[in-house]
Write a protein that binds this ligand. Structure first.
Ligand code: ATP
Ligand code: MG
Ligand code: MG
Ligand code: MG
Length: 462
């Protein structure tokens, strides 16, 4: 039987390889030729040019387990980590792809066969949605596969219509959910309380069948394609009979290691989960060439590291610890991703340095914040405080938001933005002045505030 994450990954590759798919290794988290995208956030990203017909490969079917990061940028799950049972900043997306070869019928049948025959999931636990206008997919699911209409729904474009961009390939999706049962809060897909952890979306099948023109009109693609994505951690939770992703094998060792460093035995502590999530994202980002900095990708990495460090501090860990989780991470994932052990020394050094640096101001910043919160009236942390923490103590805004949220508070983002604007004005004035003296201006990139997703689109374009 298939139980471990490694076995699921393997079985997925094998299943699709037996059906003519080329096994393609995971690409880097930094997209190869795409400056508009912050990180690889789905399995299809490395195949974008193949779908667009700009690149030809020696195969028209592929299968992969792609490492993904959804932090910063358009898909941002950073705020979900520690709060839902199913979101990570770093996760693996299992996917099968057809480049103008098979289409809806085979994609649906393969997915159903993999879940019910290979993983042996009970069909009555699986729910299916299609795009509301996609009668073709509905008929395949209901008439051919025989899904129970009571566990089947038609959903609008927001969730079930996918586009590569404003123009270009797009098409309806069909999603498969697993019902973890009434013990977990949440409603079925399409219901008002669908955002719980009970009905977990495990697999998304995208049917690329149109080309959207500049005028918005949809033209059928001559050779429709398939792009699917299934979260390995989510399906592992299902297979391993746990309702929280952080209870699967891939996380157990990491959480145990962090718990030892924190000297606690409460493995359900959400700070431990955040740390276990963040070490995966941070280690792999460094492996893929990202270094902490004050802008772009490097700033997203810095934000995630500092967030993890703050959670460690909250757990009472009083010395650099984050880098010490690289070893248990390698024990867990080094075999599937050999680039990780190969870069061990670098990853440890980068994480350690960044933590040492942040620890110089962390305690002081937190004290300042606590003092301010003490005298706070209402639920909003003043923008001036958020700015001061950012500017003087190196607190990324989302880190301050994370602390505030733990106390039921919000940030005055407008106040923060105007404090930032005032700072930019000062910098501009100073830079004009300094330019006259040989262009020696150095603001260390601090004024390039491009990392926070309030200005999401700005953050996406580096
Ligand atoms: P959700 O609605 O749960 O946020 P999504 O619709 O954003 O998921 P897709 O973009 O459809 O996700 O990605 C395909 C699959 O990848 C999902 O069905 C899920 O299994 C997995 N996945 C997506 N985001 C995450 C995440 N942050 N952590 C773990 N797995 C994820
Ligand atoms: Mg999502
Ligand atoms: Mg979804
Ligand atoms: Mg989805």
């Amino acid at each position: 039987t298939i139980t471990t994450s490694a076995e699921i990954r393997e079985a997925f590759h094998r299943f699709f390889a037996e059906r003519g798919h080329e096994i393609v290794p995971s690409a880097s988290l930094v997209p190869a030729n795409d400056p508009t995208l912050l990180f690889t956030n789905a399995g299809m990203v490395p195949f974008k040019d193949v779908f667009l017909g700009r690149e030809r490969r020696g195969y028209d079917r592929a299968v992969s387990s792609q490492r993904c990061v959804r932090a910063g940028g358009k898909h941002n799950d950073l705020e979900n980590v520690g709060y839902t049972a199913r979101h990570h900043t770093f996760f693996e997306m299992l996917g099968n792809f057809s480049f103008g070869d098979y289409f809806k019928r085979d994609a649906i049948r393969y997915a159903w066969a993999f879940l019910t025959e290979v993983l042996e999931l009970p069909p009555e636990k699986l729910w299916v949605t299609v795009y509301e206008e996609d009668d073709e997919a509905a008929a395949i699911w209901l008439d051919e596969v025989g899904v129970n209409p009571q566990r089947f729904g038609r959903i609008g474009a927001a969730d079930n219509f996918w586009s590569m961009g404003d123009t270009g390939p797009c098409g309806p999706c069909s999603e498969i959910f697993y019902d973890h049962g009434p013990g977990v809060p949440g409603g079925p897909p399409g219901s008002p309380d669908e955002d719980g952890d009970r009905f977990v979306e495990i697999w998304n099948l995208v049917f690329m069948q149109y080309d959207r023109g500049g005028d918005g009109a949809l033209t059928p693609l001559p050779k429709p394609s398939i792009d699917t994505g299934m979260g390995l951690e989510r399906v592992a939770a299902v297979v391993q009979g746990v309702t929280n992703n952080f209870d699967i094998d891939l996380f157990r060792r990491l959480i145990a290691a962090a718990a030892t460093l924190a000297n606690t035995s409460d493995h359900e502590n959400s700070s431990l989960r955040v740390i276990a999530d963040h070490i995966r994202a941070c280690a792999f980002l460094v492996v893929d060439g990202v270094l902490p900095s004050n802008e772009g990708r490097g700033y997203v990495l810095r934000r995630i590291i500092r967030r993890a460090v703050r959670h460690g501090y909250k757990l009472g860990i009083d010395e650099p610890f984050f880098y010490r989780l690289v070893e248990p991470l390698i024990a867990e994932m080094g075999e599937a991703f050999p680039e990780l052990p190969a870069n061990r020394a670098l990853v440890e050094r980068v994480l350690k340095q960044e933590e040492e640096r942040f620890r110089e101001t962390l305690a002081q910043g937190l004290r300042l914040l606590a003092d301010d919160l003490q005298s706070l009236e209402g639920e909003t942390v003043p923008g001036e405080t958020v700015f001061k923490l950012y500017d003087t103590f190196g607190f990324p805004v989302d880190l301050t938001a994370d602390v505030a949220r733990e106390q039921g508070l919000y940030l005055d983002m407008e106040g923060f933005e105007s404090a930032m604007e005032a700072q930019r004005e000062r910098a501009r004035a100073a830079s004009t002045f300094r330019a006259e003296y040989g262009g020696l201006a150095d603001f260390g990139g601090r004024t390039e505030f491009s990392g926070y997703d309030v200005s999401e689109d700005a953050a996406q374009v580096i």
